[in-house]
Ligand binder design. Structure first.
Ligand code: CA
Length: 231
């Protein structure tokens, strides 16, 4: 198996080199970009397995870059981890709503960064079971990670896909945010429960277009449930 490729988008060279060094030592292949323009050029003909994007970049913000990546059909499946000196709750939520799959607050240790990378890759990597699950008019193909309704494909980010896959394999049961964190994020201690709500919102929004958002139900005071039955 060839090494997983990670694209680092960071203008501060010492930080970029420190990250590159730690990643290479951990066995990853590394690509480096100092601004969004070169990152986008690299993405046009190379396909990394994950992007690390700094928030503060010279030509456009890392948040804008993430939005562009997640809006583009060719790149929206790419997991993105944002690097940010902004530790405020509003900024974190903005990062996640912009499409980031996770964020790491500076200063961080290489060890913490590696743990986050592994967690994101684990939950976004392609499964091997070829099974199709159908509930309430939604079809989920575990082999291709394709979600469809009728002939139409439902476009989902990697985290929303993973969440939907969990829900569809565990329907009609209420899960608390804590349980979802554990089952969908693999017990990644760094993720806050609030993060769940952001991804639930995104998942509903993606399903809304097809009239299937009601499958993801809020159970007041308890958590969330996926069900084709009425609430
Ligand atoms: Ca920077």
């Amino acid at each position: 198996m060839s090494a997983r490729q990670i694209l680092i988008v960071e203008d501060e060279r010492p930080i970029r080199e420190m990250i590159a060094f730690a990643l290479k030592r951990a066995g990853y292949g590394v690509q480096e970009a100092a601004d969004c323009r070169s990152a986008r050029l690299m993405l046009a003909d190379q396909r990394p397995d994950l992007l690390l994007v700094d928030w503060m970049l010279p030509d456009m913000s890392g948040l804008e870059l993430t939005r562009l990546i997640k809006r583009d059909r060719d790149t929206r499946e790419l997991p993105v981890i944002m690097l940010t000196a902004r530790a405020g709750e509003a900024d974190k939520v903005a990062g996640l709503e912009g499409g980031a799959d996770d964020y790491v607050t500076k200063p961080f240790s290489p060890r913490e960064l590696l743990a986050r990378i592994q967690a994101v890759l684990r939950r976004t990597s392609t499964g091997t079971t070829d099974e199709t699950i159908s509930i309430g008019g939604l079809d989920l193909d575990k082999a291709s990670h394709r979600v469809s309704t009728g002939e139409r494909t439902v476009a989902l980010g990697p985290t929303e896909y993973r969440m939907l896959e969990f829900f569809m394999t565990h329907p009609d049961r209420v899960y608390t945010r804590e349980q979802l964190l554990d089952r969908v994020w693999g017990g990644n201690v760094y993720v806050e429960e609030r993060t769940i709500d952001v991804h639930i919102r995104r998942l509903r929004k993606a399903l809304e277009e097809f009239g299937h958002d009601r499958l993801v139900q809020t159970v007041r005071g308890a958590g969330y449930r996926f069900s084709a039955r009425e609430e």
